[in-house]
Every structure is written in C-alpha cells, then in structure tokens.
Design a protein around this ligand. Sequence first.
Ligand code: NDP
Length: 258
Amino acid sequence: MSTHTHSQSLAGRVAVVTGASSGIGEASAEHLAALGAKVAVLARRAEKLDDLVARIEKDGGTALALTADVTDTAAVHAAADRLRSELGGADLLFNNAGVMLPAPIEELRTDQWQHQIDLNITGLMNVVGAFTPQLVESAGKRGVADLINTASIAAQNIFPNFAVYSGTKAYVTHFSRTLRTELGPKNVRVAAIEPGIVGTELQNHVTDPGAREWLDGSKDTMEWLTPQDIAETIGFIATLPPRVNLQQVTIMPTGQPS
Ligand code: NDP
C-alpha cells in the first residue's frame, strides 16, 4: 500500500468505460474496478463484456455490461438510463471506443473514412451527450467528476497516410481542451489522453499493406506500450485531488521517436 494506486482510492465512484471489450478500455475497466469504482462496461460484443464483468465480480468488484453501438444515439441514451437506474449515475467517463484505418488518400477508401469519422467523432459525441448530465450532477454532489477522452499522438504528430484518423483525433483533443473551459467550473475535469503505440486489437483492423509493414517493423525497434500502462494512467488522473486536472497526457513507448 505504498502508492496512489492503493486499494479503494476510487471507492464510491461510478465509472463508465466505452470500448471496454478489448485493449485499453478492457484493461482500464479492470483497473478502475480494482481501485474500488463500480464500473459499467460498454461495447458491441456482449460475450466479451460478460466475461469482463465476471472477472471483475470474481475479484470482489461491481460491474455492469452495457451492450451498445456508440454510433447509435438511442442505444447510448438507453445505456445511460440503465446505468443511472442500476448504479446511480456516472461520475467518471472514459470515452475510449475508436478505430484506426490508415491508407493513402488517393485510394479513396471512403468507407474507411466514414467509419473513422462515425466512430471516433460522432460516437464519442453520442457518449458525451448521454453521460454529461450524469457527470455534472455527480460533480455537484461529490465535488468532482472526470471526463477522459482517448485521443492519440496522431492529434499532434504527422504520420503520412493517417490524415483521416489524425483529423478525428485532433478533433478529440481540441474538443476536450475547449469543453474543459465549460465543465471545469462545474467540477468536471476534462482530459484527453494521447497514447503512442499500444499493443491491442487496433492494429488487427488495419488493412493497408504499407501501414501494416510500418507497424510490424516498429516492433523490432521498440517495446510497445501495454493496455495496462494506459489503465494505470487513467487511474492516476481520476485519483488526483479534485483541484488537479491533467488536461492532456501524452504517453509514449520510450523507444518511439514520434
Ligand atoms: P481495440 O480495437 O482493442 O479496442 C477498441 C474498442 O472499441 C473495442 O472494445 C471495440 O469493441 C470498441 N468499439 C469499436 N466500435 C464500436 C462501436 N461502434 N460501438 C461501441 N464500441 C465500439 O483498440 P484500442 O484499445 O487500442 O483502442 C482504444 C482507443 O485508443 C481508440 O480510440 C484508439 O483510437 C485509441 N488509441 C490507440 C492506440 C494504440 O496504439 N492502440 C494509440 C493511440 C490511441 P466492440 O468491437 O466489441 O464494439
């Protein structure tokens, strides 16, 4: 019990994590639960969510599976209503579902452009719309709430063939920075986390051969971050004293230059 991650530092808090069926979201949901939060886990794959809920409950935690597609506004609002009635409303939102599909723009993969925009921007906004009232209400009662959005270093750095993904993540970072000025005075801390490469299912969805080669090659020159590294950072952000708001956190593999 020597660090800020000692058990139960999030006791009494209610978290919702999107993109919780794999990768960063899954690890973060488990970690927030281990810190004592009740955790609602949201994604499309019900079976994966049920397994996660079972693991959290086996470890003595409380979890709720919310099967929903974040691009479906009505489904996200229904999930928020369920969270409110079953767990009493969220005071921590980790808005994390996303997809990365790099490709040269001249290939005109308009299906992939649209998928990234729909999920990384519209989906993120559906979740903001559904849960912000709960965050503001909880912050009014408890003195603090957290809205943490997953951006990427792609929001800041330049990667050829990543123009659409990078555009969606620049949206997330700038949206977060600006929203902070509205919600901060209401005790809701808004943060954007910008990771470099993390080993998850994200890379499996990449279809572009050049991007796949670049990703595979990078494994030889650096050790990728793990989902647990991000999970612990989310826990750190949410356990800081209420006056402290980490606005943007860039987390890189030590060996990744940019
Ligand atoms: P994963 O592919 O492992 O996780 C993505 C999650 O999003 C899954 O749980 C998936 O679940 C969920 N998801 C996908 N589509 C939808 C949808 N329509 N509705 C609801 N949930 C959905 O990748 P990561 O964990 O790596 O990605 C998490 C976030 O981190 C993303 O925003 C990504 O852009 C960002 N990021 C990742 C980096 C990396 O190197 N891995 C680096 C920087 C940022 P399901 O399929 O069950 O719906």
